[in-house]
Design a protein around this ligand. Structure first.
Ligand code: KE4
Length: 438
């Protein structure tokens, strides 16, 4: 029995609208990153004023339960006092050194201790930089040029990866980006996610030419898609067999799927790993790391060049260290797993109760659903989701104070700050909204 949708007063977002329309003349699309523009869900984006814990407030004073968490970094909750306090202290010692600092050692030791594949790590300033660098490293180490990526996976906006990419590229329905020369992507081969036979065929068709395989071990950029049993193991075997390197892009899953990332949770150890988001605690950080033998190629230890003015800066290191310390506390991941599973189960139940086609799930603090029958095993199947209906759902949830990713091709994120009451309120809003869009 579906309850009649509860109507709610229209949201006053007049100041957001004023600011966003002014931004249109200042920045392309009025944003600093495309997905924030709400293009695929319609309506103007909400302009944030401040965040705290599980919540965001917009410039009109409306409060939202936030399931984006700055796209991953806010896994402990926004503006945690421990992180903010540590940053206040660090600020008095300067914002950037451009020289070695002890904090880099500390965060490096924490990452190496936590992530099975990482024996040595290099800090950079974004996930894009981490993925660019790890591709150069795979090529440098093997002397080969070709790369295998998967349709719907997103590894940042570097040219070589903008082939059937996910996230904002999928959201905006961009086939590939202009400005990327064919010569740059000629070495980028793609396969459907969860399709080992397609990967075997690519290796057979390109003998001795494939430097590596890169993937999201749990996909969060085509919506939420999990690896089928045997997929990750199969990639590990295939890359070893063909002398290619296996890279897990854990920019999103790192320290979210478990303290050791997806690789620790699934027990599959890649050769290299990229990280970002959580390890910066909300400040710009990325990292790539792996076997010491491979990382020894990276300048100045080895010949592969990669550099960065703000890499390893003391503020970002401080925020990352504090965030990992909070995550390492006993019970963190049990809590994240429990609230996220309750949320995900409740969303699916609410959708079915409203008679909607819906599928999805969660792993640790990451969840997602598709408005289609499913199961969704790859990007093609993800595109069967009803994006129009998702857009109506997104706006209706916003009006009920719940902030979901503004795209059907993104995942949702919970945090240690989301309370049981927040989950209850969110599920109540979903029940109302599913009824409204059914
Ligand atoms: P950044 O360059 O945005 O820090 O990281 C790129 C990246 C690399 N790998 C994975 C698996 C990622 O998820 C990302 C970035 N994720 C998107 C969210 N889908 C960032 C949000 C945005 O582009 O605004």
């Amino acid at each position: 029995m579906t309850s009649a949708p509860v109507s709610v007063p229209a949201l006053n977002t007049s100041r957001s609208q004023d600011l966003f329309s002014a931004a249109q003349t200042l920045m392309p699309g009025g944003v600093s990153s495309p997905v924030r523009a709400f293009r695929s869900v319609g309506g103007d984006p909400i302009v944030f004023d401040r965040v705290k814990g599980a919540y965001a407030w917009d410039v009109d004073g409306n409060r939202y339960i936030d399931y984006i968490g700055s796209w991953g970094p806010a896994i402990c909750g926004h503006a945690r006092p421990e992180v903010i306090g540590a940053l206040h202290e660090a600020l008095d010692r300067g914002t950037s050194f451009g020289a070695p600092c002890a904090l880099e050692n500390t965060l490096a030791e924490m990452v190496i201790e936590a992530v099975p594949s990482v024996e040595m790590v290099r800090f950079v300033n974004s996930g894009t930089e981490a993925c660019m660098s790890v591709l150069r490293l795979m090529r440098a180490f093997t002397g080969r040029d070709k790369l295998i990526k998967f349709e719907g996976c997103y590894h940042g906006h570097a040219d070589m990866f903008l082939v059937k990419a996910g996230s904002g590229v999928a959201t905006l329905g961009l086939p590939d980006s202009p400005g990327v020369p064919r010569s740059t992507t000629a070495n980028t081969l793609t396969a459907p996610y969860n399709d080992l036979e397609a990967v075997k065929q690519l290796f057979a068709d390109n003998p001795g030419e494939i430097a590596g395989v890169i993937l999201e071990p749990v996909v969060g950029n085509a919506g939420f898609i999990t690896p089928e049993p045997g997929f990750l193991e199969g990639l590990r075997e295939l890359t070893t067999e063909h002398g290619a390197l296996l890279t897990f892009d854990e920019v999103m899953t790192g320290f979210r799927i478990s303290y050791g990332g997806a690789q620790a949770r699934f027990g599959i150890t890649p050769d290299l790993t990229t990280l970002g988001k959580v390890i910066g605690g909300g400040l710009p950080v990325g990292a790539y790391g792996g076997k010491a033998e491979i990382m020894a190629m990276v300048a100045p230890a080895g010949p592969m060049y990669q550099a960065g003015t703000l890499s390893g800066n003391p503020l970002a290191m401080t925020a990352g260290i504090k965030t990992l310390e909070l995550l390492k506390q006993p019970g963190s991941y049990e809590r994240l797993e429990a609230i996220t599973k309750r949320l995900s189960d409740g969303i699916l139940a609410a959708g079915r109760e409203a008679g909607l086609p819906i599928c999805g799930g969660s792993i640790s603090a990451m969840f997602g659903f598709f408005l289609c029958d499913g199961p969704v095993r790859n990007f093609e199947e993800a595109k069967a989701t009803d994006s129009q209906r998702f857009g109506r759902l997104h706006r209706a949830m916003l009006e009920r104070g719940v902030y979901l990713a503004p795209s059907a091709f993104e995942a949702g994120f919970t945090s240690l700050a989301h309370s049981d009451a927040d989950i209850d309120a969110t599920l109540s809003a979903f029940r109302d909204c599913f009824a409204a869009i059914a």
